[in-house]
Design a protein around this ligand. Structure first.
Ligand SMILES: Cc1cc2nc3c(=O)[nH]c(=O)nc-3n(C[C@H](O)[C@H](O)[C@H](O)COP(=O)(O)OP(=O)(O)OC[C@H]3O[C@@H](n4cnc5c(N)ncnc54)[C@H](O)[C@@H]3O)c2cc1C
Length: 484
């Protein structure tokens, strides 16, 4: 992150005040049917049929608003996606396939996002990811308690099941190129400013283009009808639309190369450490990557102590990682909850920009890709394949569907984090609970497949008793500890 920021500052300093030029659309796919952005004319047209009714209050509001919009366009709907991470690339792919004139603006085409790179199994099939981008298949996981009690989880996995470990630079590059193959214009540029967008006016996006050998950047303008902010936790799009702030955790990670012998231990194994020493509110991890391990931790409650927690996770894993060489140090914010506003006018936020990382597990890649896809699907559907103008109501359809699908998942993980990461006795209880076969099965199934798996009522009842027992015991231990 620090490297990227330095580069951004240099770029800003060096911007040449060259005459602004308008982006030329590529004559392929959907773009071939489009005029250049500056030639676009809106034409009044017949109203579209009302979108399909859903039951929530927001949906009803969205439908009413949607009926008032939707003028027929004499050229495809123009959508700019700012940010070419998983959320942006997955959005751009759907938009381009769906008939919209799509621009995917990414400041750094070889961006190496600080990330553990763990993805659930379902993502590979759902997003049609090739196996080459999965460096390692993790089939074993160790949960390690504050007293260093180790519990092996993953025993419930069958031979086909695993957690995929990826390098983000590889995965993001693949997803971006694929969006390009489907007709999205890939723009190497740093988005700087958004203007316009009032009423039916188009937006004017100003970005610094880094075409070809040009590393200094050329000030460039682009006119679009809709903007998707997929520009991550420090989203400039979110700031521009007044989306409001969110709490964030700071995550710190070191990439460490190990000897072949040490690496063998982590071949298909990941470790999660819990304890006040490694984080007051999260966990520390050792994840196996292509030719190294990623060792990291995160916190929201005491960000200034992040280096101290990183030292602790290095110490806790030192026996297995001894002699390793740190090849990269990285840090980045992780959103704690969705922003107060995720859609405003014809701008929508997805992925980290919207705040879609789950508590407890800190998982964001799948939810970024999924939210990008769902937002784009709503735009394609509401614009009838890019033929009609959309408005805030149309974009809100995506929010309705998102909240309906995932609200409970976020809530449950939030409660689990509050319950089990609050003290060392609670963490001991948590690790103890992870030893249960049924807990492992339910946890892995819901992580790997992103569906709430219906459980066995008898086992659910036993689990409830066990959980309550663990919590009561952890509370008693906490009281004892505070008396001593
Ligand atoms: C240390 C760490 C470990 C993590 N580990 C995991 C894990 O193991 N598994 C998991 O599921 N999640 C993990 N996460 C979370 C995960 O990394 C994010 O949730 C995910 O990257 C979000 O994807 P995104 O596309 O929304 O945003 P990002 O991946 O942040 O992509 C945003 C993109 O926008 C570009 N951009 C930003 N500003 C501009 C601009 N002005 N103009 C043009 N382009 C711009 C950036 O270069 C970047 O490519 C981790 C996070 C951290 C910090």
């Amino acid at each position: 992150m620090m490297n990227v920021n330095m580069k951004m500052m240099n770029v800003k300093k060096n911007v040449v005040a060259s005459a602004a030029r308008t982006h030329q659309s590529r004559s392929s796919g959907a773009q071939a049917r489009a005029g250049t952005p500056s030639q676009c004319v809106f034409s009044a047209g017949a109203r579209r049929p009302a979108p399909k009714a859903t039951t929530t209050r927001l949906s009803r509001r969205a439908n009413v608003l949607a009926q008032a919009a939707g003028k027929t366009l004499d050229r495809p709907l123009r959508v700019a996606v700012v940010g070419g991470g998983p959320s942006g690339s997955c959005a751009a792919e759907v938009l381009a396939k769906g008939g919209c004139e799509t621009y995917l603006i990414e400041r750094k085409m070889d961006n190496c996002k600080p990330c553990g790179g763990a993805i659930p199994l379902c993502m590979i099939e759902e997003f049609d990811l090739p196996m080459e981008i999965v460096d390692r298949r993790v089939t074993k996981m160790k949960m390690i308690s504050p007293s260093n009690r180790e519990v092996d989880v993953g025993q419930t996995l069958n031979e086909q099941e695993y957690i995929g470990m990826c390098r983000r630079e590889v995965m993001d590059d693949f997803l971006r190129r694929r969006a390009g193959r489907y007709g999205a214009n890939l723009v190497n540029g740093l988005m700087q400013k958004i203007e316009g967008g009032e009423g039916e006016q188009p937006f004017k996006i100003t970005y610094n283009a880094f075409d070809g050998e040009n590393t200094v950047g050329v000030k460039t303008e682009l006119e679009v009808d809709v903007i998707i902010g997929a520009d991550g936790a420090n989203s400039r799009v979110a700031k521009t639309m007044g989306a409001g702030e969110y709490d964030y955790a700071i995550a710190f990670q070191e990439r460490i190369t190990l000897s072949d012998e040490k690496m063998k231990y982590y071949e298909d194994l990941a470790e999660m450490y819990v304890g006040d020493d490694v984080s007051p509110d999260f966990y520390g991890w050792v994840f196996p990557k292509y030719d190294h391990v990623a060792v990291g931790t995160g916190t929201v409650v005491n960000k200034t102590a992040i280096k101290q927690y990183q030292t602790a996770i290095r110490d806790r894993s030192s026996e297995k990682c001894s002699g390793g060489k740190i090849i990269r140090v990285e840090a980045h914010p992780i959103p704690e909850h969705p922003r107060p506003k995720r859609v405003s006018g014809r701008i929508a936020l997805v992925g980290d920009a919207a705040g879609y990382v789950t508590k407890c597990s800190g998982e964001g890649i799948y939810f970024a890709a999924k939210s990008g896809r769902m937002c784009a699907e709503a735009i394609v559907a509401q614009s009838e394949g890019g033929k009609r103008m959309v408005d805030e109501g149309d974009l809100s359809v995506y929010l309705d569907e998102w909240d309906k699908k995932y609200w409970l998942t976020y809530k449950v993980l939030d409660i689990l984090q509050k319950l089990f990461y609050r003290s060392n006795p609670a963490r001991e209880a948590f690790v103890e609970l992870c030893d249960d076969y049924y807990v492992q099965k339910m946890t892995f199934d819901s992580y790997l497949y992103k569906t709430v798996v219906p459980g066995n009522p008898l086992d659910d009842a036993k689990l409830l008793v066990k959980t309550v027992g663990s919590i009561v015991r952890s509370n008693a231990l906490r009281k004892e500890a505070s008396v001593v």
